[in-house]
Structure formats: C-alpha cells, structure tokens
Write a protein that binds this ligand. Structure first.
Ligand SMILES: CC(=O)N[C@H]1[C@@H](OP(=O)(O)OP(=O)(O)OC[C@H]2O[C@@H](n3ccc(=O)[nH]c3=O)[C@H](O)[C@@H]2O)O[C@H](CO)[C@@H](O)[C@@H]1O[C@H](C)C(=O)N[C@@H](C)C(=O)N[C@H](CCC(=O)O)C(=O)O
Ligand SMILES: Nc1ncnc2c1ncn2[C@@H]1O[C@H](COP(=O)(O)OP(=O)(O)OP(=O)(O)O)[C@@H](O)[C@H]1O
Ligand SMILES: N[C@H](CCC[C@H](N)C(=O)O)C(=O)O
Ligand SMILES: [Mg+2]
Length: 486
C-alpha cells in the first residue's frame, strides 16, 4: 500500500521527505517482528521508548517510520503527536476496515467478561455461525486457538486478526474489552455492533486511580458505539440494570438499549431464581415471552452472565430456542467455578476471582450449599491495585472458616509485602499466611474434613506464576490433584 494513501486522513501529520514512491507491505510496532518493506511505529511504552529502536528497525526492513519527533535516520519519518492513536487508525485502514465487515460484540465490566463472551460465542456457534473470540484466555478463530498477551490486544494485533477473521469468513467476533484497552485507545477504529456491560466494582485502581476514572474508561465502549441510528445492522447497548452505574451508562450511548437484571425490571429479567448445589434455575422474562432456564452454572453471578449473553444474542438476531438450549447446556469456562475431580469426601473448586466483588460472589455461592467448613486459598497480584488487597482478605475471612493467604503472580513485588498489605488491619483471626502457593494448597487440603469445600481463588485458567521477570509453571488444578492423591 502506498504510504501517502495510508496516512492522508491523519489530521495532523508532518513529513519532510517525499513519500510518493514508498509502498509498504506490513506495519509493525516491535522492531523484533519486522519484515521487509514495513512501516515501523515508535510507541512510547511504559517500559521502553520504541523511538530508540528506529535504527534497528531500518536494519530489519523498515522503509518508513512513524514517530512523535524528528529522528536522524536514513528513511522518511512521518511525525504525529501521538503514535498510539495514529496506529489504531492506520491499522484499521491498512487492514481494510475489517470490523465493518463482521459483526463485533464487545463485552466490558469488572467481572464476567470472559464468562459472558464464551456464552455469546457458544450461542452463535449453536446457530451455525462462524465465530471468533478474543479475551483473557486466548483468541479463537473458527476453532483455532492462538495465544494472547492481553485481555484486549493492542490495535495492530487486533486489526490484523480482524482481517484474518474476514478472510476466514467469520460471521461474528466476540471480544472482551478491558478498561485499559478503552483508556489506551486500543479499539479506536473498531466498529462495535453490540456493547455489553456486566458490572463495575473495585479493581485496577493502580491504573485508573479513582472509581470515577475507571467508570469513565468503561463508558467509552458505549459512547463510541455510534451516534446515529443509520447503520447497516442496528447497534445495541446491553446494560446490567441492577448495577449502580446503569443509568449513567444508558445516558452515555445514543444507541437502542436492552437491559437485564434480577432485582429491577429489565428487558431480560430473571424471576423465580433458584440457586442450587448443582446449578441454577430461573424464568427469563424477555421481550418475546417467558423462557425457563435450568443451567449447570453456579451462583447468582452466573444468572447475570446468562442474561447478558441472552440479551446480546437476541440483539444479534438469534432465536430464543437456540438461546435457551445453550443456556441449558453450557458448562462454563476453564477456571471459573471449576470443580476438581478427586476421590476425597470434600470439594475443591478453582476460580478466577481476583477482585473483592468476585471473591464475595463465589464464597457466598459456596456458603449456600457447603455442609462443612469453607477453606479459601487466595493471594493478590503484584504490580496491581494495592487498595483491593485488604478488601479481598476481609471478605475471605468474613465468608470462609479458614483463609490461607498466599502468592498470586507477585511480579516485581516481594510476596511477603503483598500478604502484609492483605492482612494489615484485619480484625479476624481465622487466617494463616503461607508464602508459597503450592504449600498453601497442600495445607488447605491437609486441613480439610469431609463435607468441607476448598476454594482456590485468583488464578483460574492460568498455568504460570509470575515471579520477578520469571514465568514459572504453576497450575492450581495440577497442584491440588497432586496433594489430593497423596
Ligand atoms: C501497561 C500496559 O498496558 N502495557 C502494555 C504495553 O506495554 P509497554 O508499554 O510496557 O510496552 P514496552 O515494552 O514499553 O514497549 C514500547 C514499544 O517498544 C516496542 N519494543 C519494545 C522492545 C523492543 O526490543 N523492541 C521494540 O520495538 C514495543 O513493541 C512497543 O511498541 O504494550 C504491550 C503491547 O501492546 C502490552 O502487551 C502491555 O500490556 C501489559 C502486558 C499488561 O500487563 N497490561 C495490563 C495492565 C493490561 O492491559 N491489562 C488489561 C486488562 C486485564 C484484565 O482483564 O483485567 C488487558 O487488556 O490485558
Ligand atoms: N457477573 C459476575 N459478577 C461478579 N463476579 C463474577 C461475574 N462473573 C464471574 N464472576 C467472578 O469473577 C471471576 C472472573 O470471571 P471472568 O473471567 O468471567 O471475568 P473477567 O471480567 O473476564 O475478568 P478479567 O478482567 O480478569 O478478564 C470468576 O471466576 C467469578 O469468580
Ligand atoms: N487480568 C487481570 C488478571 C489478574 C489475575 C490474578 N491472577 C493476578 O495476577 O492478579 C490483571 O492482570 O489484573
Ligand atoms: Mg477476562
């Protein structure tokens, strides 16, 4: 593609060199991944400044550079005020506005994004549509799995893969949209058709500082949903009516709104909810009548996730028979309220709860059916919101009979400091601290009696422990099975 054609719509670029003869085959933001005839985009990151790699990028095949300042290099430099912002738009143009050719469903909220996106994807698959899924665990394009670094990838990775999806004939792409992604503009240029809000509670204050900023970041998904009703297919905002921020988000969007909830009247409302030891049942009131649901998923939070997914699927044009069938058979996502198979007479559940609200939801769900004691093994991530640490510990002690505080991805922090932050000011004494996660799981299992339930929280599907710069193998399920069988 000719570089002039690529950049001509950028509002505020400057370039002293002639770009007429420069055609590029690729765009790259990492000099290590460059190919011949590439545009290299210098991004000022949190760790390093990509501008320092411009020489190396030229050696690796860059024929033009997008930067935020003049560079003394041998190829033309296009200067823009913000390369990240520009990249999102250039990648969208370069990859042929692929999101316009697909149905894109974006799900945001503190908890439940992975769970809801999986149900939405299952519903579309059941309706015989070709689907793609982007989120915390992986990216899946028509059944093929690809690893991911982020819950919502950077704009370049995202646009490139939306293009691949179009090439592969994907009908609908469902993606998690994190608050970081919204704040950093990773989805600028992505034409979202259906935007779903799960809930908002405390997390990521290391990044956003205040709940107000965090809410504002989440709201961008809804304000960016289009400002008119003239679209090829109608757009929808799907909003949890029981969340305290529902009314704010409804004002943010100009698009038609479908609400869901349990406590408040909503387009999709669950009534007669029964929370059982082996699932949930409820009547789903919908714009087209009442639908009984009997699901294997556990807890009130799963009722919300199913309502959100059902509303999104309805907005996407899927019939209620399909929606009902999928809600009745879906068995959830790896590491989300996942029972560990073993022969002992107590239960072991692995769950990705890593926020105060999700820990509370999961523990209160277990409390409903547990006939013995509840033990919880939990830690808090390093280099993440410090303010959630004491809250998570407090809730663990409040709901569980025994809480074992341990490590969960300490990253650059000292594991003991994180645990100290958790227990500082705790008025409960039903806890132990065990630095090594493996020892914590072992001790929880050794202390369990018949009918007890052990919740191993925080890591869910993760198969690693991030310690300093190291990625160490660690799988809660495997470790639990090792001690359950010994
Ligand atoms: C804070 C943050 O968002 N960081 C993201 C950012 O990394 P960074 O700013 O540190 O990048 P950097 O290493 O400084 O590099 C700057 C530039 O130089 C380039 N570079 C770098 C090194 C080199 O040798 N050559 C080179 O060209 C890089 O490709 C990049 O373009 O850009 C990277 C590439 O896009 C992201 O993977 C990375 O996410 C990190 C891994 C991360 O942990 N992010 C978290 C905070 C995050 O975004 N989380 C959300 C939500 C999680 C949730 O679900 O709750 C998410 O969506 O994942
Ligand atoms: N609707 C919900 N409300 C509150 N808690 C939930 C909800 N759905 C799931 N959870 C809890 O939150 C945990 C994480 O769920 P899930 O992975 O779906 O969330 P997520 O929003 O994708 O998280 P992340 O931000 O890490 O990607 C689950 O293991 C469960 O404990
Ligand atoms: N996407 C979340 C996941 C947290 C999971 C937990 N295991 C941790 O490391 O804190 C984050 O990066 O904040
Ligand atoms: Mg997720």
């Amino acid at each position: 593609m000719n570089v002039n054609d690529l950049i001509k719509n950028l509002p505020d670029y400057q370039c002293k060199q002639n770009l007429d003869m420069i055609n590029i085959e690729h765009i790259a933001m990492d000099h290590r991944l460059l190919k011949e005839d590439s545009l290299f985009v210098c991004i000022k990151g949190y760790t390093v400044d990509g501008h320092q790699f411009s020489e190396a990028a030229i050696e690796n095949g860059a024929t033009v550079i997008l930067a935020e300042k003049e560079l003394d290099v041998s190829v033309p430099v296009v200067i823009v005020p913000d390369t990240s912002r520009a990249l999102a738009h250039l990648a969208n143009i370069f990859y042929g506005h692929s999101s316009n050719k697909l149905k894109v469903i974006g799900v945001t909220g503190t908890n439940g994004k992975t769970s809801v996106t999986h149900i939405i994807d299952e519903i579309h698959q059941y309706a015989k549509q070709k689907t793609a899924l982007i989120g915390t665990i992986q990216m899946v394009i028509d059944g093929e799995n690809h690893p991911v670094k982020n819950t919502t990838p950077d704009a370049l990775f995202l646009q490139k893969n939306l293009y691949t999806m179009v090439e592969k004939g994907i009908d609908v792409a469902t993606m998690e949209v994190s608050s970081h992604a919204l704040d950093l503009g990773r989805i600028h240029g992505v034409d979202i058709d259906i935007a779903v809000f799960t809930n908002l509670s405390q997390d990521h204050l290391d990044y956003h500082q205040t709940m107000q900023n965090y809410l504002y970041a989440k709201s961008l998904l809804f304000s960016q949903l289009g400002n008119t009703l003239e679209h090829e297919s109608p757009k929808y905002a799907i909003i949890n009516q029981d969340d305290e921020y529902a009314d704010f988000l409804k004002k943010v969007t100009a698009q038609p709104i479908l609400t869901y909830g349990v406590q408040n009247k909503a387009s999709f409302q669950a009534i007669n909810v029964k929370l059982m030891a082996n699932g949930v049942s409820f009547i789903m009131k919908t714009p087209k009548g009442d639908i009984p649901i009997e699901s294997k998923l556990m807890g009130m939070f799963s009722v919300y996730n199913m309502l959100a997914a059902a509303a999104a699927a309805y907005a996407s044009g899927i019939g209620f028979e399909v929606i009902q069938n999928v809600l009745n058979y879906t068995s959830g996502v790896k590491g989300r309220f996942q029972p560990v198979e073993h022969k002992k007479d107590f239960g072991v559940i692995i769950d990705y709860a890593h926020t105060p609200d999700s820990i509370e939801n999961v523990l209160s769900t277990i409390k409903r059916f547990c006939e013995g004691d509840i033990h919880v093994v939990v830690g808090c991530g390093g280099d993440r919101d410090r303010r959630k640490r004491p809250l998570m510990a407090e809730i663990a002690c409040q709901y569980a009979d025994l809480a074992i505080f341990t490590s969960d991805n300490p990253r650059s922090e000292a594991p003991q400091t994180i645990i100290d932050d958790m227990v500082k000011g705790l008025t409960y004494n039903n806890y132990q601290t065990v630095l090594e996660r493996e020892d914590a799981i072992k001790q929880a299992i050794e202390q369990a009696n018949d009918k007890d339930v052990i919740l191993i929280a925080g890591k869910g599907h993760e198969t690693y422990q991030l310690v300093g710069d190291k990625v160490l193998d660690f799988d809660d399920e495997k470790v639990a099975i090792k001690y359950l069988n010994s």
